[in-house]
Design a protein around this ligand. Structure first.
Ligand code: CA2
Length: 156
């Protein structure tokens, strides 16, 4: 009979992306860079694997669907990395969902929202985030994975 392993596998990092990020690389590259979302997903999967971790990578243009993904992460994720895109500036529902999580949450923005239009300077998501990384382009996602990996190692 096969031996039961007592090594518990770490749950995946949920990497959630908000509205319009599916169009990355196609418009405004001077603000958001040339890297497309599928390329970011591949980079994230490789970075997570280097830490012995896995990812669930999602993008949605719908606020309620992002809430659903955050609720899923409550029970099925080790941590959340979220670029809420435009919803970061408007969504109390997404903040509420984040505040229900008992796992680390890193907010990522490709651009530095504090250097941009005043309506982008405030993020509701920041109130619920463990940490925030912005202005580093696609590299920000990788640094967020590093931060999560460190955090999970400390907790082991
Ligand atoms: O800098 C970021 O990552 C943002 O979250 C991106 C959002 C913006 O609303 C936030 O203020 C900052 C916009 C994502 C729109 O994505 C585009 C993709 C391709 C072309 C133009 C926009």
């Amino acid at each position: 009979m096969a031996k039961k392993s007592n090594q518990s596998k770490t749950l995946p990092i949920y990497i959630l992306n908000g509205p319009n990020l599916n169009l990355l690389g196609q418009r405004e590259p001077e603000v958001y860079g040339y890297t497309t979302l599928p390329q970011i997903e591949k980079m994230c999967a490789e970075q997570a694997a280097a830490h012995g971790l896995s990812i669930v990578f999602r993008q949605s243009n719908r606020e309620g669907e992002i809430v659903d993904h955050l609720q899923e992460a409550r029970t099925s994720g080790a941590a959340v990395i979220i670029n809420p895109a435009g919803y970061g500036h408007t969504s109390i529902a997404i903040l509420d969902s984040i505040q229900m999580l008992k796992i680390p949450v890193i907010e990522v923005h490709l651009s530095n929202i504090h250097r941009r239009e005043p309506y982008r300077n405030h993020s509701y998501v920041s109130k619920g985030a463990t940490g925030i990384i912005m202005g580093l382009g696609a590299q920000g996602y990788l640094r967020a994975i590093d931060a999560v990996a460190e955090n999970l190692k400390v907790k082991k």
